[in-house]
Design a protein around this ligand. Sequence first.
Ligand code: ADE
Ligand code: ZN
Length: 350
Amino acid sequence: MSDSGGQRRASWLAGLEARPKAELHLHLRGAIPRDYLRDRVRKCPPARALASAPPSQLAMLRRQPAIARILAARDPAEELDGLFRFDSLEQFLAAYFFTVFFVREIDDFRGLVVGVREHLRAQNITYAEVTVSIPEYLQQGLPLEGILDALGEDPPARPKVRWIVDLVRNYGPDAAEKLLERLLPLLPPTVVGLTLGGAEHLYPAGQFGRVYALAREGGLRATVHAGEALGPESVWHALDTLRVERIGHGVRAIEDPRLVSHLAERKIPLEICPTSNVRTGVYPSIAAHPVRELYEAGVPMSINTDDPTFFDISLAEELAGLRSLGFTTGEIDGLASGAFAFAFDAEAAA
Ligand code: ADE
Ligand code: ZN
């Protein structure tokens, strides 16, 4: 690369960093500042933090070597970096879940929200839809009213944050429905949507039809994690049974050409998280990721980081990484500005 080529690229990346951006698929705990987590772990050692976990969850967590090492360490805070190394979606989901045990009080939750707002602000993300896995915080004993109070705050300074409730599919469809019935009359206007994260292969989208019907009646916008762990049939269920407006990931739609055409014709946006898909083993490398093919087929999309602390990536880096797949700088600029149009808050760009 010539010097001037290198300089042009560096200034383009700086431009991506500086420009106002929207992020539509980002989990609150997925963006937990590492220092904040370390501080919480120092305050409450893992053995004590996990004492309240049901035996089945404890066994699942202990099966992950990084978590077992943290639990056995003399200074667990020093072993935390291992949490961010994993080989599969299952291992990642265990690491992600593990972090909830260190959000023990409503002030911890509030501190997490403040830290994530700061993470967004520092990247010039002016609008974000942040996914919050409510049942996991309730399992921790946090009061629902306190959680909703924190989510209801809407400071005038950017980023403008809107919330997507994740009912976490691992708790099953009945628990999801019960919790949603409880939530709907209490939700502040800053909560705009519903999703399901967690183990898609154990709790596929098709089981949650009643939950999504209830959410629709209650005025929530709808997305769901689908086509990440499972193939195209899961995306079809998300569209036909759940009637979602966007799909979280959805990348495995590429395995069904009829579905790809359907997404393009109906203009259903995918929330694409390329680095996440590589780090959790959905694809072996960025070169193998189908984002370019989906783009060329006319499927609308936003680019996102999913769990930036775990995947060690910023939104600007995620966007810039598309260059290696043949995206031009103009196309990437278009993806960055186009994300605002897929927001669930009609005034996202304001
Ligand atoms: N929760 C946080 N990140 C997730 C992902 N990539 N898939 C499913 N659930 C999640
Ligand atoms: Zn996600």
